[in-house]
Ligand binder design. Sequence first.
Ligand code: PFF
Length: 461
Amino acid sequence: MQSTSEGVTTASTRGQWGSKLGFILAAAGSAVGLGNIWRFPYMTGENGGAAFVVVYLLCVLLIGLPLMFNELALGRRSGKDVIGAFRVTKPGTPFVITGVFCLACCFFVLSYYAVIAGWTVGYAIASLLHTKVEFERFAARPEFVLPLFGFFILMTILIVQGGVEKGIEKWSKVLMPVLIVLCGVVIIRSVTLEGAGAGIKYYLHPDFSKINGDVVMKALGQAFFSLSVGWGLMITYGSYMSKRQDIVTGGIWVAGMDTFVAIMGGFMVFPAVFAFGLAPDAGTALTFKTLPSVFEQMPAGQLVGAAFFLLLGIAALTSTISMLEVPVAWLVDEKKWSRKKSAWLVGGAAFVVGLPSALSVGGVEWLTKVQFLGKTGFLDIMDHIFGTAIILLICLLCSVYVGWSWGPKHAVEEMSASNSWFARPLLAGLSPATVWVWFIRIVCPLIVSLMLLNMFGVKFF
Ligand code: PFF
């Protein structure tokens, strides 16, 4: 490993993205996944429709994007994994605990995310076989759900063991654009269904009286989930960026694409929900219940349905790859394990830990009915703890670390190194960098803290 005068390791001895586009597509591949097409519509449906969408967009722009820059800058400056990034930038800092949370989040979310990804593969197969799937009955059958879950984890392991450029980058480049085209096809059918207008109105006309602390908290949590911010993922992917790549425009592209696909997810689901008289607040099953009915109304619907669920599975695969990559990068960097051994061990463990989630949607009664923190079912509880609460905590710690401990000037240096406008005064003598520093020191920690308090019952509105 090479070290600079600050004791910062350069990325040259580790994996590195082959091109700027490679990074953008791999990071967007991580961001775009089930979060956009499964989680975003059901969150929107449960939390007030269009008003949620407005709050979500503000969360992405004002909190998610500044934090994405933050993680990328920390990753590239250190050239390290989620633990090493803190150790190297400030030896002895207690903030390394943030890295431990990142490892835990990626691992535990991988364990249940791959279960849902397995469902999409099941739906693709059923579509091809012309079989109509009833969600509750399908998800409750271990003989279907477990092999699909196992298959998904296996695919993830095989790609991650191939490494950064050969594995992750190559796959993302091809598959992302195809998914976006197919989403467009589904939207055209969905919005032209009879009765779709009510769904479009629900999705686009906000009723601001629906906004309260809980809605904002869910929107912020969803923004972090969807952007892959608050998991250390952008630290890890930032560490594979070369010094010539522009963090700021790269981050804007990734967040833009992710948000675009999430908005598309809503356009696929809501017009159809209303056209078929379904309930928008049906929860986790919403996408799985709605879209098959859309495909039924299409010429060659079975084929389109199969292609769609397959591509959704692939979008989920580029996400699970990145979740596995975070702990694997740590083991390779810090413990000097081989990529192969790390991928198999962590992936295998995620499979074992994911079994209760896989059996908790009807498969085993007590796992389905177990309650904790107001959530019912093992999978939902995991999603609440690791997919929302701990991510908020990580985002808080990352912003306080860079804003107040390591110092935002290092991050600004990193961001302006390969960008010509970030540190230049653009408006009223203020540069984007100055504004960013304000956000990272004050706005982000404040809002995220309020949301964490809200989550634990201290409600401000
Ligand atoms: N952003 C992904 C999605 O929306 O499905 C989920 C995710 C993947 C989060 C990978 C974090 C991560 F490291």
